[in-house]
Each structure stands twice: as structure tokens, then as C-alpha cells.
Design a protein around this ligand. Sequence first.
Ligand SMILES: Nc1ncnc2c1ncn2[C@@H]1O[C@H](COP(=O)(O)OP(=O)(O)OP(=O)(O)O)[C@@H](O)[C@H]1O
Ligand SMILES: [Mg+2]
Length: 313
Amino acid sequence: MSNAIEAHGVSKTYTHSGGKTEALAGVDLNIPAGRVYGMIGRNGAGKTTFVRIGATQLALTSGSMTVLGHDVMTETSKVRLRIAAVPQESRPLYFLNVDELVYLYLKIRGAEAHDARQRTDAVLAELGLTSVRKSLVSHLSGGMRRRAMVAMVLASDADVLFLDEPTTGLDPIARREVWTAIRRAIHDGRTVLLTTHYLDEAEALSSRLALLEGGKVRLEGSPTEIRDRVRQPFRLVVSGVLGRAELETFGTVSAVEGGFLVFAKEAPARELAQLALSKGARVSLGPVTLEDIFLQVVGKAIDADDTPLETAA
Ligand SMILES: Nc1ncnc2c1ncn2[C@@H]1O[C@H](COP(=O)(O)OP(=O)(O)OP(=O)(O)O)[C@@H](O)[C@H]1O
Ligand SMILES: [Mg+2]
């Protein structure tokens, strides 16, 4: 499959009054077309910087990036015709109502009136915005305003969509409406670069993921590939009866609310589950979550000797 976005050694150093900040330090990524690509990482990891470079809002310092084969630095206008972006901090035009916001955006992008009307109606229904369509954007709640921004971009005909934390601040139902709309965009053959702090969301939507830390790619792959690289791929939560020392013979233990969390390989995980049940403890057993991996990899980034991965990234 072809790549929608290719990044080669992308670096970005911001120069400001306080000095310099290296936000990206040599990022190489191939983002396949027609899929959701998830980008995760702690605050300040460099996600927004990467997205803004791809969306031609920010110049890179070194390296190169292409979107649909066009260089973001030298073929800016060609890139812009093919993309749409929801920035992390968006200030929509507050003097418009929701309907006008979406409709006029589509018209500005060159849609015919009839097509713009149909697309606007469809996206407002899909994102649960029909009842507020005549409300001024300035009168909406924060989550509603965010949804209006997402609606604009998803309704567009752009081939590559940059969604920087599109669901931050959305209620759980609205969040799933956005997921549905993103999946529809993929079904229509588009590419989505999604940043999110909701790791369940990253996992549910993304065909591949990159975990950024300190401006570098720390982990990259499909959710399955990423899980396969973890040395202890099972998680157990054990409450009662068994003490920490006993649990430590099965895997890596940490104290959590109401018990202990144990990461273990498959055989000890099964053994521990049986032992815990036979002793009357409460136990849950499942595969590690993306959140576990995130906490293990990024939480221990300073402690390089104790890598939770089979091979260092
Ligand atoms: N305009 C700017 N001027 C100076 N430094 C900046 C600027 N924008 C971002 N930075 C710095 O670059 C680094 C990466 O920021 P970036 O916004 O890309 O992170 P992020 O991964 O999107 O974080 P978050 O999860 O908080 O949105 C941070 O150290 C940040 O302080
Ligand atoms: Mg950001």
C-alpha cells in the first residue's frame, strides 16, 4: 500500500526568547494511505508539532516530509488542496452558526451549493449537532464547539485529515459519534492522522501507531505488533489473600487501588490466576492494554536498563 505521509529525519527546533526547544529530533515515519494512523505521547512529546508541519502550518528545521507525494515545504499549495485539519486549539468563527460554519467551509473549499448542503446536513446529523445547527458557535459549550470543528473537516473532500485531539473534552457518546465519522472517512478512502491522549481510542481506530517521547519515535507498529513486543504481555489484578512477595515470583508487581497489578508471561499468568482463585482471592486476567505499554515505556524512559520490551525501540 502507498504512503499518504512520509517523514524522513524530521526535526524542529523552536527559537524563542527563553532559548531553543527541540520539539522533534529526527522523526522517520511512513503513514499508509486509507487508514487511521494514531500518534500518542505525553504532553510536549512533539505530536502537535508533527501535525502542524504536515498540515503546512509550520516549517520544519531539517529533514523532509511529503503528503500524497508533495513536499510540505516546496509544494505547499498542492498539499493544502488535499488536506484538512482540526488544530488542537481551534478558534472557529464565532459570528456564524453551526450550519453556516460547515456549509461555508465547504463552499470556500470549492464544493457546489447542492453538494455542500447535503454534506452539511449529513455531518451535522452524524455528529449529533442537528439540534444546535442554528446556534451561534459562540453560544455553544466547549465540547459542542469542538464537534463543530470536527464536523467541518470531516465533511470536506480532503484526502488527508489531520485531527489533533479531536475528541478532547467530548462526552462519551459524542466521542463515539466522532469515531463513527472517522471510520466513515476511512471507508471513503481517506487517510486520518489522529493524535489523542485516550489510548482506548488510539487502539480502537488506528491501524498503526507511533508513540512519541522527547521528539523521537519510541515505538511504532500495529497495535498487535506493539503488544507482541512486550516482554510480559498479560496483566492480572489480584485483590486479597496473596501478598506482594508471593506475587513477585510470577511477574512485575505494582500496588494499585484495592490490590496489586501484575505483569507476567503467559504461563505464570495462568498459574497465578489459578492459585489466586483457589485461595479465594479476586483476580482478573487479560492482555496488557496500550495504556500499560505507554506507562511502562514512557514511565521508565529514564530507566533504560529496565526496558519492558523484547528489543529496545
Ligand atoms: N510555538 C512554540 N514555541 C516554542 N516552543 C514550542 C512551541 N510549540 C511547542 N513548543 C514546544 O515544543 C515541544 C513539543 O510541543 P507539542 O505541542 O508538539 O507537543 P504535544 O505532543 O502536542 O503535546 P500535548 O499532548 O500537550 O498537546 C514542547 O516542549 C513545547 O513546549
Ligand atoms: Mg498537542
